[in-house]
Design a binder for this molecule. Structure first.
Ligand code: NAP
Ligand code: GLV
Length: 306
């Protein structure tokens, strides 16, 4: 069995070594133009040429959770496309979102600024009931985040395409329940895949429906957010602040108005990193399962776009 690693810009050696150790019967090589047909490939933003040449490939394994970049390419018709499902990302997302929620709710930035000026001032404790957290996307990551936030006794609302039942989470589904979901939320967390339906979903109209003093946490993709609309609502005060991990252009240009905005915390797309060892174990397990003709988790539905 031949497996190619085709992830331009990713250091190949540790992945190759890990995949070879996990799949001792396979030939695992970096892809080069004109190389013979392989059975499977481990990819991240591969060139179109790779997909054109590997028309008979059986399995394409994306080393991230999001497949928006991959699905923009022309993929071999018969190939199963799988993404990383969790692989150690869910706990990282839970940490990141809980941190952002608690930091804003407990006014820790203000206390830090006060402390830096030697100012010992108490603020009136806020009530969790006034800070409901809305999570868009109740998939592998969204559910883990929702459960983690609920552990801190915040009211939690979740929104997904199909109806869900998650303990401790008030679940909303579909376009018809989107407004009710927004109206019930003060924090808004985006954990949706980027698709034609979700592109630009955080815009002036939707963000205006959040409870006043809303707080936006985008950990999905930059194109979910209309930057100018967020900036306008930050100026008006309807949105109190934002923590943004993803941007339409990455790295975020230093001159971008979201960069160094006093109400915005920016991180460089690190809310949930691909963990190499866990991802290799997951991908190797899926390759072996596919070879045995067994179903695997995390298969991408190309018609849905995630
Ligand atoms: P997932 O398991 O596929 O979950 C996606 C969720 O979004 C599902 O609940 C789905 O609803 C919902 N959804 C999709 N389209 C929708 C629509 N039009 N309306 C309402 N809900 C919709 O994905 P995941 O593993 O949780 O990952 C989510 C995203 O996080 C990834 O696509 C990626 O872009 C992003 N991500 C970012 C980082 C980072 O470091 N910043 C790291 C990893 C992932 P159904 O349940 O009904 O299908
Ligand atoms: C990271 O953004 C991922 O999609 O895994």
């Amino acid at each position: 069995m031949r497996i190619y690693f085709c992830c331009p810009g990713v250091k190949a050696e540790p992945w190759l070594a890990g995949l070879r150790a996990a799949l001792p019967g396979a030939t695992v090589e970096p892809w080069t133009a004109g190389a013979p047909q392989a059975e499977h490939a481990v990819v991240w933003a591969p060139p179109q040429q790779f997909l054109n040449e590997q028309a008979g490939i059986k399995g394409i394994f994306n080393i991230g959770a999001g497949v928006d970049a991959l699905l923009k390419l022309r993929l071999p018709q018969g190939a199963v496309v799988a993404r990383i499902d969790d692989g150690g990302m869910a706990v990282q997302m839970a940490e990141y979102v809980c941190h952002a929620v608690i930091r804003h709710f407990r006014e820790l930035d203000r206390y830090e600024r006060d402390g830096a000026q030697g100012d010992w001032t108490y603020r009136k404790p806020r009530s969790r009931a006034d800070y409901p957290v809305g999570i868009m996307g109740l998939g592998v990551l969204g559910v883990r985040v929702a459960r983690a936030v609920a552990q801190f006794d915040f009211p939690v609302h979740g929104w997904s395409r199909s109806p869900k039942a998650v303990d401790g989470v008030r679940c909303y589904a579909g376009a018809s329940e989107f407004e009710a979901f927004l109206a019930a939320s003060r924090f808004l967390v985006c954990l949706l895949p980027l698709t034609d339906q979700t592109q630009g979903i955080m815009n002036r109209a939707s963000l205006s429906k959040l409870q006043p003093g809303g707080y936006v946490i985008n950990v999905a993709r930059g194109a979910h957010l209309v930057d100018e609309d967020l900036l306008a609502l930050l100026d008006s005060g309807h949105v109190a602040g934002a923590t943004l991990d993803v941007f339409r252009t990455e790295p975020l240009p230093a001159e971008h108005p979201l960069c160094r905005h006093p109400k915005v915390t920016v991180t460089p797309h690190i809310s949930a990193r691909t963990l190499r060892e866990q991802s290799i174990a997951q991908i190797a397990g899926k390759i072996l399962a596919l070879e045995r003709g067994e179903p695997i988790a995390g298969v991408v539905d190309r018609s849905r776009g995630y």
